[in-house]
Each structure stands twice: as C-alpha cells, then as structure tokens.
Design a protein around this ligand. Structure first.
Ligand code: PRP
Length: 174
C-alpha cells in the first residue's frame, strides 16, 4: 500500500456528478442525429467513461486503448507506445476520446494524430480534468470538466502506484 496520505478533497463526488450531467447534455446536443464512438484511454478514464455514457442520449459505442510513455520517468517523454489498440476500425466514425486528465498533453497529441491517420469522420476530446499549467504541446480538449492546479490528484479513476482509483471523490495526495 502506498505510504502517502490524502490531504484534502479537491472535487467532491456531487460536484463531479453535476459536471458530468452538463457534459453529457452538451455532447448529446452537439452529436444529435449522429452515432458516437467513445474511445476510452485506459486505465484512469474508465470511471469517467462509465458515468459519462449514462448521461448521453445519442447512441454510443465504446472501445478502449491503452498507451504508455517510454521510460520509467513519471514525466511523459512524448514517445508513446500502444499497449492495447482499438478492437474496431474507426473509419468514417465520429470519435470522442475520453480522458481523465490532460497534463503535458503529449499522450493526447500522439493519440489524436494516430487516430486521425485512420480516417475517422471526426475526432474530438473530452477530458474530465485539465492541468493547463503543465502543458508542453498545444492541445485543448473540446469538452473539459474542470481546470485544476498542478497538484497530485487521485481518486475517481486516477491512481498513485495503481492505488486509490476507486475513491469516489478527487483527492490531493499529501
Ligand atoms: C494519465 C492520463 C493521460 C496521461 C496524461 O495516464 O490518463 O492518459 O496520463 O498525461 P500527459 O498529458 O502528460 O500525456 P497514466 O499514464 O497515468 O495511466 P493510467 O490512466 O493508466 O493511470
């Protein structure tokens, strides 16, 4: 078990839930009449995906990708490796990448370019959390839940050494 302790709740479960209702409503409006493919980036985004898709009124399929930055550093290197690719072709599909957090932006930059080369009908990004201060490459989510300060957050899918993902609230580690 990690030794670090939780310092405080940054975003409570009710606040997160309310924001996801808003995001679901906006996304449903924007994609009205279309079918959507939600591309969940493992692992952190699984909780967000599960909650978001239950607030969509447009038909939505889901698929999963797992990626990893090369190197042991906790900082993204920008070189991304696909650990698990999508099961299906995205050609001519309206794709929405579902991320828990954008930090340097390197993962999403790579993912977006990679997926664009597969000729989707469109690609957009929804991120629950954004740390704009940490950005290294120019990339913005089309839909963003919360902009947060540069603190180490866990819970609601996010981990520290694979722990804490199941916390219902988003917390700051001490
Ligand atoms: C997190 C997050 C993004 C990425 C963002 O994943 O889910 O995929 O880091 O960082 P970046 O903007 O600096 O590229 P992580 O590598 O922690 O994997 P996990 O979701 O499996 O915990």
């Amino acid at each position: 078990m990690p030794e670090k302790r939780l310092e405080k709740i940054l975003l409570g479960r009710t606040e997160i839930e309310q924001k996801i209702v808003e995001l679901g409503s906006q996304i449903s409006k924007d994609y009205e009449g279309k079918e959507l493919l939600l591309i969940c980036v493992l692992k952190g985004a699984v909780i967000f995906l599960a909650d978001l898709m239950r607030h969509l009124t447009v038909p939505a399929e889901i698929d999963f990708m797992a990626v990893s930055s090369y190197g042991a550093s906790t900082e993204s290197s920008g070189v991304v490796r696909i650990l698990k690719d999508l099961d299906c072709s995205i050609e001519n599909k309206h794709c929405l990448i579902v991320e828990d957090i954008i930090d340097s932006g390197l993962t999403l930059k790579y993912l977006e370019e990679n997926l664009l080369s597969r000729h989707p009908a469109s690609i957009k990004i929804v991120a629950l959390l954004d740390k704009p201060e940490r950005r290294k490459v120019a990339i913005q989510p089309d839909y963003c839940g919360f902009k947060i300060p540069d603190e180490f957050v866990v819970g609601y899918g996010l981990d520290f050494s694979e722990q804490y993902r199941g916390l219902p609230d988003l917390c700051v580690l001490a």
